[in-house]
Design a protein around this ligand. Structure first.
Ligand code: PHB
Length: 403
């Protein structure tokens, strides 16, 4: 042991398994602190949502690297597994995290379909899931769990505020589109609810396979229906294809492009270019927010990745902040999931998106939702805020979160 720093000695003691073997007796709390903190990232790193998984990961890295990759004395290990946006693949990778890696937290997924599939195994394993994207409403409503927290949004939250807004300011007829899975139906459904309640009329609605590259059939239907506006939820490469083809089809200038903000968010805008200009959407983040946390995060994220952050990066950032705050409060101890759950429920901080806090009754984040328009402005091609829906809470009710 001669010549070793105290930290190296502690590590060596843990690596040997029995600190007493080295003639040292460490208190349990010290042993717990030097155990690596294993975070299992269950995210897409391929297919339609690949960029989303990378952004979430990089947002987390930006936080942990500022902490020199140690949290409450424990070295942070990020373990990545690619879900391929597939429930069976994700279930297999989750099993590995739980039974072989013994992770302290699971972070992810991106897809609502994957989230629905992993909910029961997470709940049964009593491991904390920090859901850094998937908006499946049920996960913080009837399928909620003490061990599941959502640091992103519910699908309802991303579009409910926009329906009445566009009815009053853009027009009274809309064509609705999205991918053919839970997130598509839930996000489009929430928009429809508020648009129709405000007096709007839906003239058509269609859903396409997730990961489609050709939107001609839908665009022809939108053109034929000639509504005042189209509302869509598409994200990742789907959003790039849809928005570019919307302009190529000559719809831009005739039908107003609107959507849940993922349609024209910072991750896709550059590829969409002029086609996205004029698009109206709602989201809980745009890189143009001027709060001090965002200005700081933009610098750090740009230095780390060479590009500006997007909404997914901020969700990663906030997920890492939750882990950081939780471990500070437990002194690095992650052994008791019920204690962790109680601690996480009360965590609040100023995030690049605005004030971050959970609704303790559902474990879903409460978001300020920004209504935005894509323009070429002082920050270049970006989403600029038109108005804010403050403190939007998902209206869901969760029957079984332990008090
Ligand atoms: C989802 O499947 O819940 C989902 C995926 C991508 C998004 C938003 C929601 O951008």
């Amino acid at each position: 042991m001669a010549g070793m720093s105290r930290r190296q000695v502690l590590r060596a003691g843990v690596a040997a398994g029995v600190s007493a073997a080295a003639g040292l007796t460490f208190p349990a709390v010290l042993r717990a602190q030097v155990k690596p903190l294993k975070i299992g990232l269950l995210l897409p790193y391929s297919k339609v949502y690949a960029v989303l998984g990378e952004s979430i990961t990089n947002g987390m890295r930006a936080v942990f690297e500022a902490e020199e990759n140690r949290v409450a004395g424990r070295p942070v290990e990020l373990l990545r597994e690619d879900t391929e946006v597939s429930p069976p693949v994700a279930l297999r990778k989750l099993r590995k995290f739980l039974t072989s890696d013994h992770v302290d937290f699971v972070v992810g997924p991106v897809s609502s379909a994957v989230a629905a599939a992993i909910r029961d195994p997470i709940h049964q394993a009593r491991v904390i899931l920090l859901n850094a994207n998937a908006g499946d409403n049920a996960l913080t409503r009837e399928r909620c769990s003490s061990y599941i927290f959502r640091t992103s949004f519910s699908n309802w939250q991303t579009s409910y505020g926009l329906g009445a807004w566009v009815k009053q300011r853009v027009g009274g007829t809309a064509y609705l589109t999205g991918p053919d899975y839970a997130a598509g139906y839930q996000i489009v459904g929430a928009f429809k609810e508020s648009f129709v309640a405000a007096g709007g009329t839906v003239v058509g609605e269609s859903y396409v396979k997730l990961g489609s590259t050709d939107y001609a059939a839908i665009l022809a239907q939108i053109g034929a229906a000639a509504p005042a506006l189209s509302f869509s939820f598409f994200a990742g490469s789907d959003a790039v294809h849809f928005v570019k083809q919307f302009a190529e089809f000559g719809l831009k200038g005739k039908v107003r492009l609107t959507g849940a903000g993922f349609l024209v968010s910072d991750d896709v805008l550059e590829s969409q270019g002029e086609a996205a200009v004029g698009g109206i959407s709602t989201l809980h983040y745009t890189r143009t927010l001027q709060n001090p946390q965002n200005l700081e995060f933009r610098k750090r994220y740009q230095a780390l990745t060479g590009r500006p952050p997007d909404v997914y990066a901020v969700q990663g950032h906030d997920t890492a902040r939750v882990i950081l705050e939780a471990l500070r409060q437990t002194g690095g101890d992650t052994a008791d999931p019920d204690r962790l759950s109680r601690v996480i429920r009360g965590i609040q901080f100023d995030s690049p998106r605005g004030r971050f806090r959970f609704d303790p009754a559902t474990h879903n984040v409460i978001n300020d939702m920004y209504v935005m328009e894509v323009r070429r402005g002082e920050e270049g091609l970006a989403n600029y805020v038109l108005s804010v829906v403050k403190d939007l809470k998902d209206p869901g009710h969760c029957p079984n979160i332990a008090a």
